[in-house]
Design a protein around this ligand. Structure first.
Ligand SMILES: Cc1cn([C@H]2C[C@H](O)[C@@H](COP(=O)(O)OP(=O)(O)O[C@H]3O[C@@H](C)C(=O)[C@@H](O)[C@H]3O)O2)c(=O)[nH]c1=O
Length: 192
């Protein structure tokens, strides 16, 4: 199978497009194969798959991350609907600390984004009934789970919907801004 990989301008954040084999029945796709994703060779193995359904357009989940020693790399894709997916560099000392990239993922585009550890991750749904599936390289660990405000003015993320159309979980509404959040230091904790 062939896989197209595109750098998105922040250290290790990649768009990955696996090939779909289409025929009269529909399609077949290897959505993940260690052998076909050489750009991901340096990651720890994926240990957990996650699946979320958001019923409404405007559901915003994020910005989320887990602290070391349970930091996660995430390989994210959409099987139904569409999202704007955002990765933010939250490695203090990084030359791109606080910078973010956004990528539209959809069932139609059939693309994926790799969000490495050291980055906060979030997305907003662009259509109702959107299902997101992602692989992670460490287990969910509630004590290490953290969030940053999606509308942190220092980040100035341009979300594609007005704030009145965005719905958040209680956890995300209570999240601190990046400046006040416990995050990563560049390199040392990320090497493991
Ligand atoms: C993330 C996660 C949550 N849970 C539980 C905790 C809680 O009771 C319920 C819902 O959790 P949350 O509200 O955190 O779900 P959600 O807001 O969808 O969180 C997710 O957002 C996206 C943006 C990510 O990047 C993910 O890593 C994850 O943080 O599911 C697990 O059991 N395992 C997990 O891996």
């Amino acid at each position: 199978m062939s896989v197209t990989v595109r750098e998105l301008g922040l250290d290790g954040v990649l768009e990955i497009c696996p090939e779909q084999y289409k025929d009269s029945r529909g399609f077949f796709c290897e959505t993940w194969s260690q052998r076909s994703h050489p750009a991901l060779d340096n990651l720890k193995p994926f240990v957990q798959d996650n699946h979320s359904l958001s019923r409404e357009k405007g559901v915003l989940r994020g910005l989320h991350y887990q602290l070391p020693p349970h930091a996660q790399d995430k390989l994210v894709r959409v099987v139904r609907g569409a999202i704007l997916d955002v990765a933010v560099d939250i490695r203090r000392g990084s030359s791109t600390f606080g910078r973010w990239v956004a990528l539209e993922l959809s069932g139609e585009k059939w693309n994926q984004i790799l969000v490495p550890k050291g980055f906060a991750h979030g997305f907003v749904t662009l259509v109702p009934d959107t299902e997101v599936i992602y692989k992670v390289t460490d287990y969910y660990t509630a004590e290490c789970d953290r969030a940053i405000r999606f509308d942190d003015p220092d980040l100035a993320i341009t979300w594609p919907l007005p704030v009145e159309q965005i719905s958040l979980s209680d956890k995300d509404r209570a999240a601190p801004i990046l400046r006040d959040a416990e995050t990563f230091t560049f390199q040392c904790e990320l090497a493991a």
